[in-house]
Design a binder for this molecule. Structure first.
Ligand code: ADP
Ligand code: MG
Length: 270
């Protein structure tokens, strides 16, 4: 058997924690170029689903495919190198690194992609540097260009602060930096866990614009966004899936999925 040729495909996946069915038989397909929103009340299993898709946590049952290839069982590092990038619900940027350095780490994660063990071996890195200083310099310039382009996606939020350590940034800027770091690795699939959590309406609107801009700049990127802020969901999503108690409650266009009577009841509590 094989998964779809393209896409991140979670096939009937479950994750049970001694009795708690956090995810209980869910099928999700994220196609290239698509923006899919995953919504649902707290405890619905949204973050767990992202942990499974990125190899941070293991499925109890089911299968996960990336562009036709089985990836459940692979390490989180491996899955990241295969092109699945994700941000966490709480920011994980290193406080002492500058905005520039954090983003450069993301670029370097990307350089490890595709080239597999050769690039991952530091001896080969050093040998490469000794053999071709020109190539090395060129690569450095390429990396810097990616850092710059990525930071400039965020308007004047991150670029003017590129030499500041992350700990000096506002909460919203730390969250932006987290996304920048993931984007710098040029993933094929981008998974965002509540990127607008804790953001005010202006910041949320800005983030919405960023996602729309990303869709324009990287038309092949598949985006899966877990988000409570339905204003963002309605503007960016092609499709919405509603999760409740580890199960899929509804799926469809933002209008169809979010206005479904059962969803209104389960999710909005009315
Ligand atoms: P959401 O992100 O939708 O709010 P989560 O995926 O974080 O939900 O959690 C889904 C359910 O799984 C919750 O009941 C949560 O308590 C439980 N859960 C998540 N992670 C673990 C874990 N590591 N051990 C035990 N229970 C967990
Ligand atoms: Mg969560």
């Amino acid at each position: 058997a094989a998964g779809p040729a393209r896409g991140l495909f979670l096939e009937n996946v479950a994750r049970h924690f001694s009795g708690v069915k956090a995810v209980d038989g869910v099928t999700v397909r994220l196609a290239p170029g698509e923006t899919l929103a995953l919504v649902g009340p707290n405890g619905a299993g949204k973050s767990t689903l992202l942990q499974l898709a990125t190899g941070v946590d293991r499925i109890t049952s089911g299968r996960i495919w990336l562009d036709g290839r089985r990836i459940d069982g692979l390490s989180a590092e491996r899955i990241a190198r295969l092109g699945v990038g994700r941000s966490f619900q709480t920011s994980r940027v290193f406080p002492a690194l500058t905005v520039w350095q954090s983003t450069l780490l993301g670029v370097q994660a990307r350089l490890l992609r595709g080239t597999g063990s050769r690039m991952a071996n530091p001896l080969h890195e050093i040998a490469g540097a000794l053999l071709g200083l020109k190539g090395w310099r060129q690569r450095e310039a390429e990396q810097e260009a990616i850092v710059r382009d990525t930071l400039q996606l965020f308007g004047d939020r991150l670029w003017p602060r590129r030499d500041q350590p992350a700990y000096t940034l506002s909460y919203a800027n730390r969250r932006r930096l987290e996304i920048a770091r993931v984007l710098a690795a040029r993933p094929d699939y981008l998974l965002l866990d509540e990127p607008a959590a804790g953001m005010n309406p202006t910041e949320t609107a800005e983030l919405t614009d960023l996602v729309l801009e990303l869709r324009r700049l990287r038309p092949a990127l598949g985006i899966l966004v877990v988000e409570h802020k339905l204003s963002l969901v309605r503007r960016v999503a092609d499709r919405v899936m509603v999760l409740n108690h580890g199960r899929m409650l509804a799926e469809g266009t933002p209008e169809a999925a979010l206005d479904h009577p059962e969803v209104v009841e389960a999710y909005l509590g009315r």
